[in-house]
Ligand binder design. Structure first.
Ligand SMILES: [Zn+2]
Length: 181
């Protein structure tokens, strides 16, 4: 099926919601360009509003996160570029947690040089979330460069407020740690 020449209003709603997801899957974190907002668990759902208008549901990482406005702008831009009008809806509850960051995104963070939040979480994409929390206190922060867990915190704040700065005692490299939240 080729929808290119079909107006958005003529598209079946299921196709529109899918097209919206496809567009949003391109939207990456403004500060970490290797992971998408969906993978971070910020993009919660694409749904049909009561008035028949598609809605994009986003959950802010934490109140006062300076990147949230940029993320909302990026979502709007992606929707506009795809020609898929939708309303942005902010959902505050349940509150976002780093447990929602997908395993694939954790691997990408590591490859990017950022230690993902310590603790085991078995998370799938929005809709099918399973939690397996462990005590975070006992989880060592592994160096994203060499994998050593002999690491120490240099500063509770790294390049952004949601990250801490660490140094690896094995390879001596400093790195950002995405703090569990
Ligand atoms: Zn290291």
């Amino acid at each position: 099926m080729d929808h290119v020449h079909v107006g958005v209003a003529d598209m079946p709603m299921a196709a529109r919601l899918k097209a919206i997801w496809n567009a949003l899957d391109q939207v990456t974190d403004p500060e970490i360009p290797v992971v998408t907002l969906r993978e971070l668990g910020i993009l919660r759902a694409v749904q049909l509003g009561d008035d028949g208008v598609p809605e994009v549901v986003i959950t802010p990482t934490y109140s006062g996160c300076p990147a949230m406005e940029q993320m909302a702008d990026d979502v709007r831009a992606a929707l506009a570029q795809a020609g898929q009008p939708a309303r942005l809806v902010t959902q505050l509850s349940p509150a976002w947690t780093t447990d929602w960051i997908t395993p694939a995104a954790r691997d990408k963070l590591k490859a990017f040089g950022i230690a993902p939040p310590a603790g085991s979480a078995h998370v799938n994409l929005p809709g099918t979330i399973q939690f397996s929390r462990r005590s975070r206190q006992n989880d060592a922060v592994a160096c994203p460069q060499c994998g050593s867990d002999q690491t120490t915190e240099i500063s509770p704040f790294g390049s952004t407020a949601c990250k801490a700065q660490y140094r690896c005692l094995a390879c001596m490299e400093p790195f950002d740690y995405f703090k569990p939240y």
